[in-house]
Design a protein around this ligand. Structure first.
Ligand SMILES: Nc1ncnc2c1ncn2[C@@H]1O[C@H](COP(=O)(O)OP(=O)(O)OP(=O)(O)O)[C@@H](O)[C@H]1O
Length: 229
């Protein structure tokens, strides 16, 4: 059953890679505007959980419900379309398109969703301003610092106003000052737009920006507050 009022919820997720079990009955849910940190030791299944929740991989068993749809039974094409319109992604290394300027990188998802170039670039510029990196709009990702590049990546993830943002170690490649600034900008923008955030991290300092923490261990999820609700 989907927990009351949740936007994205997974139940009894199982995923095995060959003989390696990655998820073993994992449960998860997040509400609109809520930031959930996913903690746990290396290899415990955090990224696999995130990829199942985002419809990037299909679990062997279990369900992932987003709004009123079941991601596990949707076609690959429908899941790709949903990722483009409703989900945003931030990874450890920004994964910006190196040939495009920073402005074009942020405008890209808007263009893919049908916006005209001028309008996409106007909105992209606003997001760059908001993430405090307006000055790099003409530069290519290879010409900016790690912290600037990651802010551009966050701007790109937020530009389509996604309902869920998936962030996998978004500050992993940054020094602590830049990491904290990126987390503040990301979580403030998400709360303001009522986007849910699924934040995979191994740093408690980063998890401190969340509303709730869960821990993945051996492919199972432990919700630290479950007993208190
Ligand atoms: N594509 C894959 N092929 C084979 N095994 C995989 C694959 N992806 C993950 N695994 C295995 O599944 C288990 C869970 O991996 P996962 O990446 O989800 O863990 P994690 O908690 O995100 O780890 P880390 O913190 O190191 O990134 C590990 O044993 C890993 O080796």
């Amino acid at each position: 059953m989907t927990p009351e009022g949740s936007l994205l919820a997974a139940s009894d997720l199982h995923k095995t890679y060959g003989a390696t079990p990655a998820l073993d009955g994992a449960e998860f849910s997040v509400h609109p505007g809520e930031v959930v940190a996913v903690l746990g030791p290396s290899g415990s299944g955090k990224s696999t959980l995130l990829h199942c929740l985002a419809g990037i991989i299909r679990p062997d068993r279990g369900t992932v419900r987003y709004a009123d749809r079941d991601l596990t039974t949707m076609s690959d094409a429908d899941r790709s379309a949903l990722r483009r319109t409703d989900f945003g992604f931030v990874f450890q290394f920004g994964q910006l398109v190196p040939e495009l300027t920073c402005l074009e990188n942020v405008a890209l998802p808007l263009r893919l969703n049908g916006a005209r170039r001028k309008e996409a670039e106007r909105q992209a510029r606003e997001w760059l301003e908001r993430l405090e990196v307006e000055e790099v709009h003409r530069q290519r990702p290879g010409e900016v610092s790690g912290g600037q590049g990651q802010r551009v990546a966050v701007a790109r993830a937020l530009a389509t106003r996604p309902r869920v943002i998936f962030a996998d170690e978004p500050t992993g490649a940054l020094d602590s000052l830049n990491g904290e600034r990126v987390m503040t900008l990301l979580t403030d923008a998400a709360r303001e737009t009522r986007a849910a955030v699924v934040l995979v991290t191994h740093e408690t300092r980063v998890a401190a920006y969340s509303d709730r923490e869960i821990t993945v261990r051996d492919g199972k999820v432990k919700d630290l507050l479950a007993g208190l609700r």
